[in-house]
Design a binder for this molecule. Sequence first.
Ligand SMILES: Cc1cc2nc3c(=O)[nH]c(=O)nc-3n(C[C@H](O)[C@H](O)[C@H](O)COP(=O)(O)O)c2cc1C
Length: 707
Amino acid sequence: MTSAYPALMQAGQIGQLQLKNRIVMAPMGSNFAEADGFCGERIQAYYEARAKGGVGLLTMGVCSVAYPAGTAEPFQVGVSRDDFIPGLKALADRVHRHGGKIAMQLQHAGKTATRDLAEGREMWVPSMPPAGKSDFLSALTQEEMSTFVGGMGRTRPKIRVMDQADIEQMIEYFAAAAARAQAAGFDGVEIHAAHTYILAGFLSPYYNKREDAYGGSLENRARLMMETIAAVKQRTGGDFPVWVRLDGEEMRTPGGITVADFVGAAQLAVKAGAQAISVSAYATITSGSAFTEAPLAQKPNAFVDYARALKGAVDVPVICAGRIEAEDANSAIEKGDYAFVAMARKLLADPELPIKIAQNRVKDIRPCIYCYACVSQIFINERVKCAVNAETGHEYAGALAPAAKPGHVVVVGGGPGGMEAARVAALRGHRVTLMERSERLGGTLFFAALAYPENGRLLDYLVAQMQHPNITIQLGVTATAASLKALGADAVIVASGALRSAPDITGALQTHVWSGDELRRLMTNDGADAIAQSKLNFGERLLFKAGGVLKVTDSQTALKNLSKLWMPLGKRVVIIGGGLVGLELAEFLIDRDRQVTVLEPSDKPGRELSIVRRWRVLEAVETHGTLQRSAVVNEITGDAVKWTDSEGNPQSSAADSVVLALGAGPDTSLADALTAEGLSVHSVGDCLALGYIEGAMRDGHRVASTI
Ligand SMILES: Cc1cc2nc3c(=O)[nH]c(=O)nc-3n(C[C@H](O)[C@H](O)[C@H](O)COP(=O)(O)O)c2cc1C
């Protein structure tokens, strides 16, 4: 079979390390180790699943060389003592069993070692860190604040500016840890010299103000990194593969690492013995969107220019990260922009991405939707999770087992929860009928894809999975107890979505006022004619029909058509409700030149969004639109929304169109009615409890993997 992306699938080499393809699993702190730094079943099974999925090289993220000192996560991997070796060895063995290779990323978090802060240890730094200023923490809820990494802001940090003895100790930490990685059977080590951790701190002219041989010129700032590389090489013997991860740039950091510094540091690293350069970047979190600039880029191919800057400057392979899709990686590798692609989030979403590429099954790759649910967990000291892959972090529970008694499962509702349930039930050997009331699969996900196009990729993936021979789809069908009984359903999975009741606001029934549900139904042709008749004028109706939105089956084209005629909404839009739906819609409309005001009743908008995505969306809406917190809406008039601010003052926001984005809640009515008729019913998704895409995917998977 020819692979979809041959350049990506060709073999590669780092030093003596032979790799079967060019896909590297980027280092990720996962919080999957045990509380004492040991590698237990959870983390072993997690890496094993990715090795099985065919990735050329796995990198185990942030393994702590001085554990528990210098750590930032409560369940970080320790490599600071010999008793860590057996767990590490068991993990490496499980990777090797599948023909995989694994490197260990060695790390000391330096000034970011929030666990040192929380546990009263000194934080090791090159020099006193400059005082930073940012207000990104204000977006957090109280519960999130209470668990935020290391309880930032609650404890006064004890800072230790490293002296010569500390520098020697640090080098020894890294060298000894590398020797343990080697003893445990790891295939190489990546020295973490990025992301403001200790070695990056020395490299950065912003954080390093030393006046000795380790500060000042680039050579001096790179000295600790070079001595570390040399010591690691020396301790592990010449052939053991060793490389470094560097920041292509330290963004939003006055006087931080520049591209020229990066190129120079890469050359010095190679001189000291590094056999590859792994390219990342960092942006100081000065505001909400910084973290989505780097290291967890929102922009595709965000760090490729840094990799290109190394062309001709170093003669070792370059590994590049930064939201790189397989297709882009294939052509970049072909062109020689870099030798290996490092993928992080995509391999949380689908550990089998490499195998699916090799087998030319690209449409079966479960896509990352860049919702930042994974890394937001790290910010609140929780284990990583993935919104689209319920199995991530739970691999230890075992793979899907065939159904003990295959039967006929009827799924009611073709949103994400329903489709995920259908997919999993079919894979387990059940015969599945999926009934959807509208004429389009997707449910709320289709609507969510309008507001955040990344969601459309999940929609297309799920729709593609519905092609399974065990699944029959019925569109435009309303499920009743009688129809389900007539089908001979052994089990019914109700995934019929939330109830969106119109809020009791004076003026909410006018034609320029849209509920989220009306917009969704219009797009999915779920009673669309009646809505169009009552809410659209003649010209708009024609435009809507001419757009052929309802007939288009793939979400990309439908979305393109729709955004051309995102017609019902005028220039000035007021969105009532600043939750996930309201804010994502606001972001979407701002991008389409609307003047948007969001009126949120609470003082914590967007609490259903993951922390990192919330930062980004709030910044976009507050910079390019208006967000009013603690706004109590009193009335919608013909051209404005009247509301009261937190001080009780009456306010008014001009509006050509108004969208009601609140009032959603669970809806158990269908499940209750079917249960009363004696059917075996399971509920998943928003009809059970409001959980949006992540909740729906998790529920759908959970229920269908047990029936
Ligand atoms: C959950 C999570 C944890 C991460 N932890 C680390 C880490 O421990 N070390 C590191 O160098 N980068 C870390 N990163 C950054 C990734 O290695 C990668 O560079 C970044 O996510 C961009 O790649 P992507 O677009 O494929 O996700 C992490 C990313 C994620 C999503």
